[in-house]
Design a protein around this ligand. Structure first.
Ligand code: FMN
Length: 360
């Protein structure tokens, strides 16, 4: 099992949902970069469980202990390791899940691949909890990128069939991104808040779950970040996005909708904005040939409805080797989207930092 990613920075992620701690080791960070622990804590709180009735009732403070790589508040260049202790575990809720497989969760393939030795409590290493260290690493990446005027922000584009407005694809004011960060439900159109909350809570009341889409924007990136082929900005972001549990789709710019347009409708025409070259539309989401083109980078990520639902489901018992019914106990998110917004921002920051590492 590999928990390592990155070409220039290297992330090594570890931990299980109900183990002692979760964490991440980050190698290859630029030196002398200020680490603002309060800013990191704020970011962690955007993902932390137990903050509202829209999320799991598990309560974790998610304060990161930085064990290495920081001296006098600045990065030293040595591997930076941060850990987060697990406090609120209730492993008995998971005892029957050793043998009875949750549909749409990792239980079945993980049990086969790891010969039943995998820690199944709370989903073990497959748990959404392991995205907390990604948010920590992402907070560091964001603060480094900010030096170059790069900002990253995301909002809930949709939950089930309720849609928020989209980012203006050609110009995103940085105050829009700053404001989103402060909201418990990050929406551009706050009038949709009550509808979305209602959709999540009615699914929860029915013992069910809902999914949705997160739209992420990166602003202030110079032209030319990325590479063609294997290290294109799209493939780097997509690699990390699909590392986030429950992500089942990604599209850049207009994505799948582009396939229905003619070239004349899809092409982003150029024009001079003073000295600067800009495009009149941004259907390509700010990336051409794997490289940034100076327009906002925009991508959407589809999050599936939470697998662990209370409703009875058909499944199998791999110990008794028979079909069975399952009613899942334990504490689960009725909708993962609300907590995943900051995770998607984090992976965008890490992807960009990996591609730009030599520039800091
Ligand atoms: C922030 C976050 C929270 C999550 N919470 C839950 C949860 O409460 N219950 C659950 O079944 N899955 C949850 N997941 C998703 C599962 O970990 C994921 O669906 C599972 O590992 C199977 O992987 P896959 O959906 O990527 O195929 C969460 C994911 C994230 C990113």
């Amino acid at each position: 099992m590999s928990g390592v990613w990155g070409s220039n920075i290297k992330l090594s992620i570890f931990g299980e949902s109900h183990g002692g701690a979760i964490g991440i080791n980050i190698s290859g960070l630029p030196v002398g970069k200020a680490i603002d622990e309060e800013e990191i804590y704020k970011e962690m709180q955007r993902r932390a469980p137990g903050r509202s009735n829209l999320a799991t009732a598990r309560k974790e403070e998610d304060r990161v202990e930085i064990l290495s790589g920081v001296f006098n508040g600045k990065t030293t260049g040595a591997p930076l390791c941060g850990i987060i202790r697990n406090n609120d575990t209730r492993s008995k809720d998971y005892s029957k899940l050793k043998d009875v497989m949750r549909p749409s969760h990792s239980d079945y393939p993980a049990s086969v691949k790891y010969k039943g030795f995998n820690d199944y409590r709370g989903g073990g290493h497959f748990s959404g909890r392991i995205t907390a260290p990604l948010v920590f690493a992402g907070a560091i990446a964001k603060s480094i990128l900010k030096e170059k005027g790069i900002k990253i922000g995301a909002h809930i584009k949709s939950i089930a069939d309720i849609e928020d407005e989209e980012f203006n694809p050609i110009y995103i004011d940085s105050t829009v991104l700053d404001t989103l960060k402060e909201k418990d439900l990050p929406l551009i159109d706050d009038n949709k808040k009550a509808l979305m909350e209602h959709r999540i809570l009615s699914a929860k009341m029915e013992g069910d779950s809902v999914g949705g889409v997160i739209q992420c924007a990166i602003t202030g990136v110079e032209v030319g970040v990325g590479d063609p082929f294997f290290d294109s900005l799209e493939s780097t972001i997509a690699h990390l996005a699909f590392s986030v549990p429950a992500v089942k789709g990604i599209e850049f710019g207009k994505g799948f909708e582009l396939s229905k347009l003619k070239g004349s409708e899809a092409n982003d025409s150029y024009y001079y904005e003073g000295e600067k070259i800009a495009t009149k539309t941004n259907n390509n989401g700010g990336i051409l040939g794997g490289l940034t083109n100076g327009m906002p980078v925009l991508f959407n990520v589809a999050i599936k409805p939470t697998a662990s639902i209370i409703k009875y489901q058909d499944t199998v018992d791999i110990d008794k080797k028979e079909d069975t019914k399952l009613q899942i106990e334990g504490r689960h998110d009725p909708c993962i989207v609300t907590r995943a917004v900051v995770v998607i921002e984090a992976i965008a920051a890490l992807a960009l930092l990996d591609l730009m590492e030599g520039e800091f």
